[in-house]
Design a protein around this ligand. Sequence first.
Ligand code: HMG
Ligand code: MG
Length: 309
Amino acid sequence: MGAREVGLPDVVPSGSLPSRVTIWEVGARDGLQNESTVVPVAVKLEFLSRLADAGLSVLEATSFVHPKWVPQLADAAELLSGLDARPGVSYPVLVPNERGLDRAIEAGVRHIAIFASATETFASRNLNRTLDSQFEMFEPTVKRALSAGMDVRGYVSMCFGDPWEGAVPRSQVVAVGERLLEMGCSQLSLGDTIGVATPGQVESLIEGFRDVTKLAVHFHDTYGQALSNTLAALRCGVTTVDSSAGGLGGCPYAESATGNLATEDLVWMLDGLGIETGVDLDKLVECSVWMAEQLGRPSPSRVVRALAK
Ligand code: HMG
Ligand code: MG
């Protein structure tokens, strides 16, 4: 049942909100990297195909990271060779370093994302680097990717809280993020990796950056704040939001990182606000119900549970 069927009119509240939001769907990467078992390539391919059928136009497909660090995505090359890429859909992949870039280029990738940490401990745990030395890995990678005509997104993880270091200073996050933008990243995704942020902190962080049009947000729903935080970001001028179909995911090296914001929960809110996304919510729910069956457990998304037939 959609918002219209339950008798709720679209209400566009006062305050500036965008007329359209781009959803950066991370389920196939951020979602599946966190599964305890390796999902077969054929299931991943069908998942991507169903997500495209539901109208999502950015599908983060996989990662070219060290296969020992994330065995769940060790099949990245095989996945891309079997992919039936749809016109109008982009399939970015995560790449941490030049070795990952070589593998991505070999697989025909055109759009990559590097992922930096805002904290010392997470840089060590996720990248085996220090806060400073992570840039020595990213700089040549981004340079080569750009000269090959690729588009590069930058992520910053642990933007608000870090399970080992506690509250993360805003200046530290802005310094890491601005450095990725200076390197040539076309967009910066601000990650609340452990899902602790609240809306005022989101506004404050966004205000710390020079150009809001370059920002995207990536919320995890650990404390149930992901949608409120998203709304706060939209009011600040952000128009790209990361989410994961069915609320799949987390991060393998972040203690207490539960699921990403569910794409269905996001689309329900955006539909209700009259903000276009191009997503067919019924088809997306069908996709997540199917995926939940493959994984053998129900989706944590409230909207999937409410709408599942
Ligand atoms: P390292 O061990 O320091 O790597 O790992 P190294 O550079 O010392 O190389 C050691 C060996 O690994 C070499 O092989 C390399 O060739 C090989 P050898 O010469 O010994 O035979 N190697 C690779 N092989 C395949 N693919 C590669 C690769 N790189 C090196 N790309 C590294 C450093 C960065 C590779 C490792 O730490 C790693 O793979 N980390 C990835 C962790 C990860 O994927 N985490 C999840 C994504 S981040 C996230 O989810 C957060 C996000 O969603 C935002 C948010 O929620 O906030 C994005
Ligand atoms: Mg994440």
